[in-house]
Design a protein around this ligand. Structure first.
Ligand SMILES: Nc1nc2c(c(=O)[nH]1)N[C@H]1C(S)=C(S)[C@@H](COP(=O)(O)OP(=O)(O)OC[C@H]3O[C@@H](n4cnc5c(N)ncnc54)[C@H](O)[C@@H]3O)O[C@H]1N2
Ligand code: MOO
Length: 403
């Protein structure tokens, strides 16, 4: 009996390289208001149109004075009046140009009738003492942020300082996702015999959003060749990339790969990565079309290595790297030397550093696998890892949540 075929498949890296050599993502950009720019990717380097401070300001809470009066030490201040010989000037305040230095408030007492007293004789005042110079925060023409950078809250503050209120960013790639399968029902319904819950529309929608794409989620499409073709045509009109989910293997209703072959160019079917070996990629009307395998964990892995790379290529950014930690493996894991095999892991704090417990997608329930906090992908060539061995696993949830 012929079992599962596990060799002769293309490696993930080569599949992506082949796709990217045949597909040039668009260079579309748009201007977004600064308050909607979080997470977007800068299209070009951005420079300040502002100079701040516009005029010199006080560097501390204090009183502004004329430094020339202090040439010979503290002058006779007994008749000083606020607004004449001195003025209040707190941190960041502008003040009248007759003053050119600021004395910290801790050095003086201000009386209720507007007089001032120096607390100590030991006060040095020179021109520009405690003064923030014009343009010392930012100068018109200064670089604020480079091109192809994701915008964070502190970047937004820098853009605001520089007067960049409409931000040129890369357009979010529109990724159509078509869930296929007559057996599928939405999560709000109770499954009956022969039915299965569509988990992947939500899984992929949120994955794509987090990657910076604009997902277009189609309704569940029955396993009907004509309907699938019509939906694919609609998706190609609406999106930059199309993902058809399910129907990727060899079942009697697995139409999608032949559809892809018929309508465009099929580049690869089956990849040296599991779960999700039957993943297919092709090009139709110069747009990538991915047939992502149906099982939830296969869709997860395919999204993690394939869809993430496609979105990042479209956004001109590198694929985000996950934080990894070195762990001691608690159980043997077997993989196939010809395949990159995903094993979800639960990383815990052990007596002697972190330990990683395998959460197999074959044994155990799926939620323990899907909600686990880490993943390990066996490199090609590796067939086994033994309990007690050290392995580097990638975290899927912050280190601070490891228990
Ligand atoms: N004879 C063979 N059978 C299978 C092979 C093979 O090489 N030869 N490959 C297996 C592998 S590996 C995978 S992975 C799956 C791929 O399945 P398909 O992409 O063809 O998906 P379907 O047949 O439509 O469904 C399989 C399974 O997944 C569920 N599914 C589909 N869509 C969703 C969704 N949106 N949300 C949740 N679950 C979904 C579907 O209900 C089925 O249970 O094929 C193996 N078989
Ligand atoms: O065995 Mo398949 O590679 O995805 O689950």
């Amino acid at each position: 009996m012929r079992g599962k075929k596990m060799d002769g498949f293309i490696k993930r890296e080569q599949l992506l390289a082949d796709l990217f050599s045949r597909w040039t993502p668009g260079n579309e950009t748009e201007l977004v208001p600064i308050d909607e720019s979080i997470g977007r990717i800068t299209e070009r380097a951005l420079f300040s149109v502002n100079t701040l401070p516009v005029h010199r300001t006080s560097a501390c809470d204090g009183i502004a004075v004329k430094s020339e009066l202090f040439k010979n030490g503290i002058p006779d201040y007994s008749i000083w009046r606020e607004g004449v010989e001195f003025a209040r000037a707190d941190t960041g305040d502008d003040f009248d140009d007759q003053y050119d230095a600021v004395i910290m408030i801790e050095e003086v007492d201000l009386t209720s009738d507007g007089l001032v007293k120096f607390i100590s004789e030991d006060v040095n005042v020179a021109q520009r003492t405690n003064i923030v110079a014009i343009g010392s925060t930012i100068v018109s023409g200064d670089l604020i942020i480079e091109a192809n950078m994701p915008i964070r809250p502190s970047d937004i503050a820098a853009l605001a300082m520089g007067g960049c209120c409409m931000v040129p960013v890369r357009k979010k790639p529109r990724i159509a996702f078509i869930p296929t399968g007559t057996e599928l029902i939405p999560p709000q319904m109770r499954p009956k015999r022969g039915q299965n819950i569509d988990t992947n529309s939500l899984l992929i929608r949120e994955t794509l959003r987090a990657l910076g794409a604009d997902p277009i989620i189609f309704p569940i499409i029955l396993d009907d060749n004509e309907l699938l073709e019509k939906t694919l045509d609609d998706a190609l009109l609406a999106a930059d990339v199309v993902v058809i989910n399910g129907g990727s293997a060899k079942g009697s209703e697995d139409f999608n790969v032949s559809l892809l072959e018929r309508k465009g160019q099929l580049l690869h079917h089956y990849v040296a990565a599991a779960p999700g070996r039957p993943l297919a990629v092709g090009i139709i009307n110069d747009k990538p079309v991915i047939n992502l395998p149906g099982p939830t964990i296969a869709a997860f892995f395919g999204a993690d290595w394939c869809l993430a790379a496609i979105v990042c290529q479209a956004l001109h950014i590198p694929v985000p790297q996950k934080e990894s930690v070195l762990c001691t493996l608690t159980e043997d894991i077997t993989s196939s030397p010809t395949m990159a095999i995903l094993c979800r892991m639960e990383v815990k704090k052990g007596d002697d550093g972190y330990v990683a417990e395998p959460r197999s997608f074959r044994s155990g329930t799926m939620p323990t696998c899907l909600t686990s906090n880490a993943m390990y992908v066996s490199p090609i060539g590796e067939s086994r890892k033994k309990a007690g061995e050290k392995i580097e696993v990638e975290l899927l949830r912050g280190k601070e949540f490891i228990r």
